[in-house]
Design a protein around this ligand. Sequence first.
Ligand SMILES: *Cc1c(COP(=O)(O)O)cnc(C)c1O
Length: 372
Amino acid sequence: MKPETVALLSTHYYDRNAGAVAPPIYLSTTFERDADGTFKHGYLYARNANPNRDALERSLTALEGGFASMAYASGQAATLNLFLALAPGDHVIIPTDAYYGTPTLLEELMHPWGLTYSRVDMTDLDQVRAAMHENTRVIWVETPSNPLLRIVDIQAIADIAHEGGAICVCDNTWASPVLQRPLLLGCDVVMHATTKYLGGHSDVLGGVLVFKEDGPLYQRVRRLQSVGGAVPSPFECWLVLRGIKTLTARVRMQTETAAKVADFLATHPAVEVVHYPGLPNHPGHEIAKKQMSGFGAMLSIQVRGGAEEAMRVAAKVQIFTRATSLGGVESLIEHRASVEGANSLTPPNLLRLSIGLEHADDLIFDLKRALE
Ligand SMILES: *Cc1c(COP(=O)(O)O)cnc(C)c1O
């Protein structure tokens, strides 16, 4: 089935009590035990499992074509739980261009705990092979990446991981399962910040890990989810599930608009470079064509001049909102380096754009005026 159908079927709810078409929210933290000591509905305590989280996890599993999912209170909590399932002394490889929170989490939380890591440019497969050690357990892929929209060959990296006895995990947040399904390309685990496209309305934080198959790592992470307790509330699960119903329509329209915006920016004299994998001259264009069904709705530009010129452009937009984050229905623009702070690797003249559901003509007009 196509993502359009999966998104609807996997979120549809049939309620035997009231015939409600939209799912109820089960706020109960605890569930009744039968006289014989069993739990006939399968629920015991809401941190372990609850109906709204189960429904969300089932939907995400279906969307990514996996075996099972674990939902978390944020994308960062999902990432943290995956790394906590490893052992002190293990080694992981992450990309140079990655969501800022991933290296920050490794450096500040996991490194003191005993995990070691390397950062490599994953568009160069030789660098990835060279970074593999005997104790490497995970290669973490992010494609398209934040904020430079680097494209990494998922299948090739998964092969390198498996040859070295490691697993391949893909942060699929920017593509969404509508455009890219890493488990079908050889990855073992997919991570999402459901905060972004899956929730889709900038009103809920969440994360997920989707596993391709059962096994000791899956069992360990499942245990960490309930013991660690970084779980989303029933209402948050309900909001993400509600977002998924319109996921495909949003992502397809946003992608169409992003392509038009990228085309406009690519020929603008005030723009030094546009990072968008849909442009034929993007270094990852061919790989993106191979592994994605669309090029996504995120792009970044480097403004001619420097940080000051970039800030000036961001100051002049009227339809775009100046804010961090992405994947919502409203278009956002942000000066990424100043959000990331001191250790940022982001070029100072870079602006990151998250394309929403406004009309392409109006977004282009807004950028044209701001770039003047
Ligand atoms: C936002 C984001 C995260 C982190 O998600 P939070 O919900 O903010 O914790 C991780 N990876 C990518 C690519 C993101 O965009």
